[in-house]
Design a protein around this ligand. Sequence first.
Ligand SMILES: [Zn+2]
Length: 61
Amino acid sequence: MMAAATPDEPKFKEVYCADCKMVLARYSVKYFTDADINELVHVHYSAHIKEGHAIEIRMSV
Ligand SMILES: [Zn+2]
């Protein structure tokens, strides 16, 4: 029998900068809403935003 992903497996959203082509951070969806993540991005990664970088918040795989 093959190991399957458990339903309660923690899920993460990652903050990705398309201009730097790197993942800046990962947040557990259990503890952070999209609004929380947006706020954290603005606090911690404002340098990217000021430079006009395209920041995406996407599900981590
Ligand atoms: Zn960037």
